[in-house]
Design a protein around this ligand. Structure first.
Ligand code: ZN
Length: 139
């Protein structure tokens, strides 16, 4: 794969420097059968340094996970060498089964098959609380 251009695929841009590998793992990109390139510490006018991930295929991305890890990411969709779509991810309104509630009395600690759901209660400060017991999500 040419690092500079992909014919059909996705470029995840404006990733905070060093977060590229976390995103790679969270999205299970290692399981894809196509080329995936992670560029770390790329120069950015806006950010100083940034990471970029290039995926040589159009796949369905889990935008909630991306938004949760880094809400400043931009996604570029490339078809036939052309940029056909570009959009920002957002802080997800709720996150499911990404973090577990730490409250031992929470129903999710007892009912193992329940989904771990955290709801965004304060967008500005990026505060999430357990949907069941209101416990703050730990970083
Ligand atoms: Zn809870």
């Amino acid at each position: 794969m040419n690092i500079d251009s992909i014919k059909n695929g996705i470029v995840i841009d404006h990733i905070r420097a060093k977060k590229g590998f976390e995103i790679y793992d969270a999205l299970n990109l290692g399981k894809l059968d196509c080329s995936v390139a992670i560029i770390t510490n790329a120069r950015s006018n806006k950010m100083g340094k940034k990471d970029i991930i290039k995926i040589d295929k159009n796949i369905d991305l889990d935008l909630d996970i991306l938004g949760y890890i880094d809400p400043n990411i931009t996604i570029n969709i490339i078809k036939n060498d052309k940029l056909v779509d570009k959009y920002h991810v957002e802080l997800p309104k709720q996150i499911v089964n990404i973090v577990k509630c730490k409250n031992p009395r929470c129903i999710t600690s007892v009912e193992q098959e329940l989904n771990h759901i955290f709801v965004l209660t304060d967008e500005k400060n990026k505060i999430y609380r357990c949907k069941y017991c209101d416990t703050l999500k730990e970083e």
